[in-house]
Design a protein around this ligand. Structure first.
Ligand code: CP
Length: 323
């Protein structure tokens, strides 16, 4: 593996999931793999799980870790390139161009991992993933996605590992359900979950109020049902997430409070398990009874973030050995 920006960088998903499960059983088996190498973790946005789990995974592999909050600890980065005859004039609040910053960080680090969310103002701009494309172009080292505008692949891999551990059927029914939230949130987790589930042997159903359709390239072969209760019938896994509108980009169209996940809705499932990437707003998106009940896998999912990161970093380090 060279870069890890999406599932398209994964050669064999089954092997990657197995690698995460093996790392969980024996976390320090590959401690020499990252010896004398450095990973840089760059955060343009806040994090709890991604930051700590990726650092732990890197340390399990023997990597040195550098971490920076971009724009707070460092200079604000200009991402625009300009055009021939129309160069970018850096007379605003961005003091450094990504061209230099990425190249310099690439000299300090053997791998660069980045978190940069959607701004939810301009769909084309967000979906172009400029931060990641610019670092890929100028850093000269592998780039890992710690959640971009459109995807959160390390979360999705942890979700796959968790489902592999808890599934009771060869082909489970998996329901991605929209949950209510008053703030506009990106589509990244939902997009990514769909994208990865489309590569798994599952029956995938997506349910949300009208107006919240995800981009078709992420929905793939999933069935879309606008009736949440109907969608939940017989589910083995229920994956809750809020996202703002893709069609009316970045907008909260209505609060739809009735879409909260509670025990009465979970009772419609086939003894289904509840999943959420966290953080979650209790009793806004999900009732306490679900989060604190025996159906909840949210802590297992978060714990598996270490093993998803470790599986990916291991594959990148092996790739570097083979170069
Ligand atoms: N699930 C997840 O990515 O959590 P953080 O935003 O806390 O990293």
């Amino acid at each position: 593996m060279k870069h890890f920006l999406s599932i398209h960088d994964v050669q064999d998903l089954g092997n990657l999931i197995s690698s995460g499960i093996i790392a969980k059983r024996n976390p320090f088996a590959d401690q020499l793999l990252g010896k004398n190498k450095t990973i840089g973790l760059l955060f343009f946005n806040s994090s709890l799980r991604t930051r700590l789990s990726t650092q732990k995974a890197a340390q399990n592999l023997g990597l040195n870790v550098l971490m920076m909050n971009v724009g707070q600890d460092s200079w604000g980065l200009e991402l625009e390139e300009g055009e021939p005859g129309n160069p970018i004039v850096m007379n605003g609040d961005k003091a450094e161009h990504v061209k230099e910053a990425a190249a310099v960080i690439g000299r300090y680090c053997d791998i660069i991992a980045i978190r940069s969310f959607a701004e939810l103002q301009d769909r084309d701009k967000d979906y172009a993933e400029q931060v990641f494309q610019q670092f890929k172009k100028y850093a000269g080292v592998p780039i890992v996605n710690l959640e971009s505008a459109t995807r959160h692949p390390l979360q999705s891999l942890a979700d796959c590992i968790t489902m592999e551990e808890f599934r009771t059927k060869p082909r489970p029914k998996v329901v991605l359900t929209w949950l209510p939230h008053f703030k506009p949130l990106p589509q990244a987790v939902a997009n990514s979950f769909c994208e990865w589930m489309n590569h798994m042997d599952v029956e995938l159903v997506v349910t949300h109020p009208e107006g919240y359709n995800l981009a078709p390239e992420f929905v793939g072969n999933a069935q879309v049902i606008y009736d949440q209760k109907k969608a939940l019938e017989g589910a083995d896994f229920v994956y809750g997430k809020n996202w703002s509108s893709y069609e009316h980009y970045g907008q909260v169209l209505a609060l739809n409070e009735s879409w909260i996940m509670d025990e009465a809705k979970m009772a419609l499932t086939d003894n289904g398990k509840f999943m959420h990437c966290l953080p979650v707003r209790r009793n806004m998106k999900v009732a306490d009874e679900v989060l604190d009940g025996p159906r909840s896998l949210v802590i297992d999912q978060a714990a598996n973030r270490v093993w998803s990161a470790q599986a990916v970093l291991k594959e990148i380090l092996i790739g570097q050995q083979e170069e």
